[in-house]
Design a protein around this ligand. Structure first.
Ligand code: ATP
Ligand code: MG
Length: 559
């Protein structure tokens, strides 16, 4: 593991630091992550999780997990389980502090009754469209002045199920002329005759999000309620509810949502990708969900590091995808073993190498980390190299293998191409080389003559076969939602390329699902869950920072 850097400072951390130092809330800090269980978590949620849990850690506080399950019908236990699992995988734990807004339905209802008693809420019987029109026109509903008794009676009968959906709602009585739309007598309770996963059929009226959310924070004693900017103009409403009921007042602080170029972070749109079959599921490795990133080969540490680097701000912006990719490169560079695999194989025969078993060569597992040790790599007369590493007619500046040139085989010998074998269609099916035994890697006195490049390879009789899936961005443009009627217009038709018959060094035959590995020169990969005994499947997590061509180019420029 790479030692993880401390989270970057941001305005929320500074604010919390001064609150804690000033002894506010008895110097205690309590945050929460409040997902609605109506979809899988994505990279944006990861940042909210990281923020809430990491500030709690930093300031010796606590962080709750609270499911905001006030909208039955759209919510599902499938999502609850997945959310828990994803947060744990990210490396956070809420101990026994797992809560559900639905646990507070009784309290919310009591709060609503109190508001009615105070003359601060009323039952409105206008149809929904008229309510919006009146709100737009800053006009009072004719039901606004109903008596407390009548309101109490109607609310009670709403609760008992005497009315149909849409016939009455309970509204806060605030100010129909407020410049803030949220304060124009917002809805508190609506009738919904729908089964709830946790409360069953106990309720047929459900609290609105704005009513339930702030009170949930209050009930749990959340000191700092961190949320995204779109709730900034809801804060006066939350404050109003809290003041009316004279309950604990959490401090809401808003921050900008995380947006990442080429990625979509809206559950609704992600759901469409899944439902319409543009991806294989929520965990498709091209999805920006935690599950997708995980299956793609992202590590928890890399995602936490990304969240810190992307930073927390007050201004909406877009974080470049490369920041996410670099986070996983950095982690895997230090932690993933480096092995050899040939994705598009071309046979290479060393004509002057003895027939038979061949030999075992020493290969280092990760030069960044000597503690990862070394392994024995089988070498023999017949190898595979990458088809792309050979050109019969090399363009200028091609530093790999071509007729008459000599290259180094990683961890092995120099080989020189003497001959090519073609099939009936004129396609090269084999290159025949000679090797120089005096050039053995690591051997004392090996000749220092210059070779043009170093190739990766796999011994043919020892190779393990695998399928390798290469991914490109799911969308062709950095801002898929901009300038089109439907973001699906921007889908990249070539976001997945599946290669079969790839050749891997034998050590990889024992790789387990989820294992990360660098294939030398090709990128970081991990074993996919579709793997079966003897039929491994790898996903490319990300390519190496620079393409090999660029590295070679730089070497050439240095002379
Ligand atoms: P979506 O728009 O995808 O449905 P949401 O905000 O409605 O997202 P919730 O389940 O309510 O989804 O989100 C839980 C928490 O995650 C909220 O506190 C929300 O502010 C935070 N969150 C959601 N998306 C982002 C994002 N892109 N960046 C930062 N925080 C986010
Ligand atoms: Mg939300």
């Amino acid at each position: 593991m790479t030692p993880e850097a401390a989270p970057k400072k941001d305005f929320i951390r500074s604010r919390i630091a001064s609150d804690v130092e000033a002894g506010k809330n008895g110097g205690k800090l309590h945050t929460r992550f409040p997902p609605e269980p109506n979809g899988y978590l994505h990279i944006g949620h990861a940042q909210a999780i990281w923020l809430n849990f990491s500030v709690a850690e930093e300031f010796g506080g606590k962080c709750n997990l609270r499911f905001d399950d006030t909208n039955p019908g759209k919510e599902d236990v499938e999502y609850v389980d997945a959310i828990r699992d994803d947060i744990r995988w990210l490396g956070y734990d809420w101990d026994d502090r797992e809560f559900y807004a639905s646990d507070y339905f009784r309290t919310f209802y009591d709060f609503a009754v109190k508001l009615v008693r105070k003359g601060k809420a009323y039952v409105d019987s206008l149809p929904a469209e008229e309510i919006s029109a009146y709100r737009e026109a800053q006009k009072d509903s004719p039901y606004r002045e109903r008596s407390v008794e009548e309101n109490l009676d109607l609310l009670e009968r709403m609760r008992k199920g005497e009315f149909d959906e849409g016939t009455h709602i309970l509204r806060a009585k605030i100010d129909m002329r407020s410049p803030n739309l949220n304060l124009r007598d917002p809805a508190i309770y609506r009738i919904r005759k729908i089964h709830h996963d946790r409360t069953g059929d106990e309720w047929c009226i459900y609290p609105m999000y704005d009513f339930a959310h702030g009170f949930s924070d209050s009930i749990e004693g959340i000191t700092h309620s961190l949320c995204t900017l779109e709730f900034e103009n809801h804060r006066p409403l939350y404050d109003w509810f809290i003041e009316q009921l004279e309950v604990f007042h959490p401090q809401q602080i808003e921050f900008a949502r995380l947006n990442v170029s080429f990625l979509i972070t809206s559950k609704r749109k992600l759901l469409r990708l899944v439902q319409e079959g543009h991806v294989s599921g929520w965990d498709d490795p091209r999805m920006p969900t935690i599950r997708g990133l995980r299956r793609r080969g992202y590590t928890p540490a890399s995602i936490r590091d990304f969240c810190s680097n992307a930073g927390i701000t007050k201004v909406n912006g877009v974080t470049q995808l490369v920041v996410l990719e670099n986070a996983v490169r950095k982690d895997l560079n230090a932690t993933a073993p480096r092995m050899m695999a040939v994705l598009e194989p071309l046979k290479l025969v060393i004509t002057n190498y003895p027939e038979g078993e061949g030999e075992l060569l020493d290969a280092v597992n990760n030069p960044e980390d000597p503690s990862m040790g070394s392994r024995k790599l089988p070498f023999s007369r017949e190898l595979y190299i990458e088809r792309d590493d050979f050109r019969e007619d090399p363009p200028k500046g091609f530093f790999r293998l071509s007729p008459g040139t000599e290259v180094r085989l990683r961890y092995a010998y120099y080989v020189k191409c003497e001959e090519v074998v073609k099939d009936a269609n004129g396609e090269v099916v084999e290159v025949r080389c000679t090797y120089d035994p005096a050039t053995k890697s690591g051997q004392e006195g090996a000749p220092l003559r210059k070779v043009k490049g170093t190739l990766h390879w796999v011994s043919a009789p020892h190779a393990v076969e695998a399928e390798v899936r290469l991914y490109d961005n799911l969308f062709r443009v950095p801002a898929p939602e901009v300038g089109v009627e439907d973001f699906l217009e921007n889908l990249n038709p070539d976001s997945l390329r599946v290669l079969t018959g790839c050749k891997l060094e034998p050590e990889l035959g024992a790789a387990e699902v989820g294992q990360n590995v660098q294939f030398e020169r090709l990128g970081y990969f991990c074993v996919d869950q579709d793997s079966q005994d003897g039929a491994l499947v790898f996903n490319r997590t990300v390519s190496l920072r620079d393409s090999w061509a660029k590295v070679e180019k730089a070497a050439e420029n240095r002379g």
